[in-house]
Design a protein around this ligand. Structure first.
Ligand SMILES: NC(=O)c1ccc[n+]([C@@H]2O[C@H](COP(=O)([O-])OP(=O)(O)OC[C@H]3O[C@@H](n4cnc5c(N)ncnc54)[C@H](O)[C@@H]3O)[C@@H](O)[C@H]2O)c1
Length: 358
């Protein structure tokens, strides 16, 4: 008989430690875990103004500490206090353009932050499994448009992507330490362009467009022809939880991709704007395709193959890229009209997700 999602996590003695719980994915993950009644504690930097965490008044909603992942002692003390049975590691500097401005800090947080977490987890008997969230940008990209599979070579060009390859190296090292010395199961999980209501990060396409809708100012589109595996945040998050539950049950996994439903649907930034215009008709008139920097700072073509997650976990993403984009703009449309609070809107999407068959 199939075990319902969340049950194995609920049966563990300790909570989940969620690093980066104040971020976009972290806020959605906390709401999802609350929905599944899985205990969770959070460790991140303080909330950012206008972030989903901020807008949905999440401060104090779960036991939490606001501190740097690079502070080994603070992280270890927090873990020893709550004795988490599992860890989902989301804390990172995740922005490509910011990594050009702050390459050293990006490496410090993304590589040494992961090293700190894995090293502490390795030494604690109470930690049984760790998921390290990286990205599809870890793969060597020749811009051929072929969807990446887990065995493809890793290589980052820009500082962010390179730093996530560094996180993957740390994962490989501590996986080997667990094999040789014993220790928690560790899996790296790689998702595509994760979207969903409430993200307000700088230089991400949907937040930029929403800021344009709110202010009426034009939005510079850097690369209208770039394709991305746009996927709704709930799909990879449910995938990560499924992965954790499988490794808790004894399955051996090393790394897994999580991509959108319908791999053949490859949508460009320009397609995304067209879909957004179905919800916000003035969007097209706000975008400015002429003022991009002209510098190729990001990859053109990115696709990620989620077949292994289907085979290994029986996990099927529920929403394709078009549906994910539409849901995200609809979330914002309802939010800007003040119809529901941010957390209610997330809750509605969570309910819709679980009522939908794959
Ligand atoms: N959003 C996407 O499209 C996407 C796609 C693929 C992978 N990812 C990965 O998912 C993870 C989460 O991304 P997100 O979009 O939620 O990012 P985000 O910027 O919204 O959140 C980042 C979180 O990490 C925390 N953090 C950053 N630096 C920290 C530090 N030094 N110490 C402690 N906490 C720190 C922040 O406080 C925040 O809670 C990242 O690893 C990112 O690379 C994101």
């Amino acid at each position: 008989m199939e075990i319902p999602l969340g049950q194995r996590l609920r049966e563990l003695p300790g909570p989940m430690l969620l690093t980066g719980h104040s971020g976009f994915k972290g806020t959605w993950m906390t709401l999802l875990l609350e929905h599944l009644k899985v205990p969770v504690v959070g460790y991140s930097l303080p909330r950012e103004k206008d972030s989903l965490f901020d807008r949905s008044n999440r401060i104090g909603a779960i036991p939490e500490k606001f501190a740097d992942i690079c502070d080994y002692r603070a992280l270890e003390d927090f873990m020893d206090f709550y004795r988490p049975s599992t860890v989902t590691h989301l804390a990172a500097q995740p922005l490509v353009l910011k990594s050009y401005e702050a390459p050293h800090r990006t490496f410090e947080v993304n590589v040494m932050g992961t090293v700190n977490l894995l090293d502490i987890a390795h030494r604690k008997d109470y930690v049984k499994a760790v998921i390290v969230v990286t990205t599809d940008k870890v793969y060597r990209n020749h811009n051929t448009g072929r969807a990446f599979v887990e065995t493809d070579a890793l290589e980052g060009k820009d500082p962010y992507s390179s730093s996530t390859v560094g996180s993957e190296s740390a994962v490989a090292a501590w996986q080997q330490l667990s094999r040789v010395q014993g220790g928690p199961a560790i899996v790296s999980v790689r998702a595509g362009n994760v979207i969903g209501g409430g993200d307000f990060a700088e230089n991400r396409i949907i937040p930029d467009l929403i800021r344009g809708v709110m202010s009426g100012e034009s939005v510079v589109i850097r690369n209208p022809g770039s394709t991305r595996p746009w996927e709704h945040v709930l799909d990879p998050l449910v995938g990560y939880l499924t992965c954790l539950e499988e490794v808790i049950a004894g399955k051996t996994l090393v790394n897994l991709n999580f991509g959108p439903k319908n791999l053949s649907q490859s949508l460009t930034v320009s397609n995304l704007i067209d879909i957004g215009s179905e919800v916000f008709p003035k969007l097209r008139s706000l975008v400015d395709f002429t003022l991009g920097s002209g510098m190729n700072l990001e990859a053109d073509l990115l696709r990620i193959d989620p077949t292994a997650a289907k085979n290994e976990l029986g996990f099927y993403p529920k929403w394709d890229s078009r549906e994910s984009i539409l849901l995200t703009f609809q979330w914002w449309e309802k939010r800007l009209r003040g119809l529901e609070t941010s957390s209610q809107l997330c809750q509605d999407d969570i309910d819709q997700y679980f009522s939908k068959s794959p």
